[in-house]
Ligand binder design. Sequence first.
Ligand SMILES: Cc1ncc(C[n+]2csc(CCOP(=O)(O)OP(=O)(O)O)c2C)c(N)n1
Ligand code: SF4
Ligand SMILES: [Mg+2]
Length: 310
Amino acid sequence: MTDKNHTIHSIKDLPSTHLLGTGTPMCAGCGALDAVHQIYDILGKKTVFVNAAGCMTLLSVYPFTPFRGSWLYTAMASAPAGAQGVRDALDILLQQKRIDQDEDLEVIVLTGDGAAYGMGLSATSGTMERKLDYIYICYDNEGYGNTGQQYSGATPHAARTSTSQGVSGFAGYKKNLFDIWAAHKPAYVATVIGADPLDLAKKIEKARSIEGPRMILVLSPCPTGWDYDPRETVNIGQLAVKTGVWPLKEYVDGEVVHTRIPRQRAPVEEYLKLQGRFAHLFKPQRNEALLAEIQAKVDAYWEKVPIQGK
Ligand SMILES: Cc1ncc(C[n+]2csc(CCOP(=O)(O)OP(=O)(O)O)c2C)c(N)n1
Ligand code: SF4
Ligand SMILES: [Mg+2]
């Protein structure tokens, strides 16, 4: 393995920001892990990752963790509260000059959608109200993945989950967490996806340069829960953007700006038909009404988006 500047013979030769491999049995093609890798390459080891129970917890098997900085495990609802405690402790140590400024760490919450959209939402709301200085990263695989993809507040309409098995799939609608977060007027909110590394990197760099609550929502294609060939993760991620299903945008200074506008949107079914969780929309016969409803919702979203320069 080589990078631009040197040959990598062993772990010690890796850049200090790089998330180490663990040998942990994560699923092949995991879109969440892809995004976490990219984010960690930017944020690096001067961080404390406060990680609520979910798939990414499996990266760490006590007493080992691939995070080169610090990592803390919490119960599902408690990562934002854990982040408050860590930030307060660091501030006290700084105040008492028991650590130097260059020993300070960036506090990062890492949770799935089950925690972010549901169980941990009230604790998250509290951190934004208290203007906690931290970054919240939610990898959104649209279900409780670690326990077998039960539906969550992030599950899209009509998706099949282990708890939504009927001919029409999940009867509810995906919660709009971006708007819920933005309504708190935090310092920064952004949506990203691993399949657009440039957009992701710009937003993580921007988040890093700002103080206060900074919220990052990552759509995370999940071959196991969404039921598709792991080789399709990048393709499905790109289709989520091209079809307009996953708008890439950011909220800063009270304004929402779209960072990618799919001017010629692909039909939503190109995204849906690759995923087994939507197979009942196509077989044994096409469910035209439900397909039209899903497309109409996406169209209605983009009709309200002002044309922007980017
Ligand atoms: C209060 C509580 N209920 C249930 C669980 C069991 N549990 C562990 S991980 C998990 C799924 C979490 O879903 P999500 O936050 O979306 O993360 P993902 O598993 O998808 O990575 C559940 C239900 C738990 N740890 N705590
Ligand atoms: S279930 Fe999905 S999110 Fe969890 S490790 Fe597997 S691919 Fe990744
Ligand atoms: Mg999840």
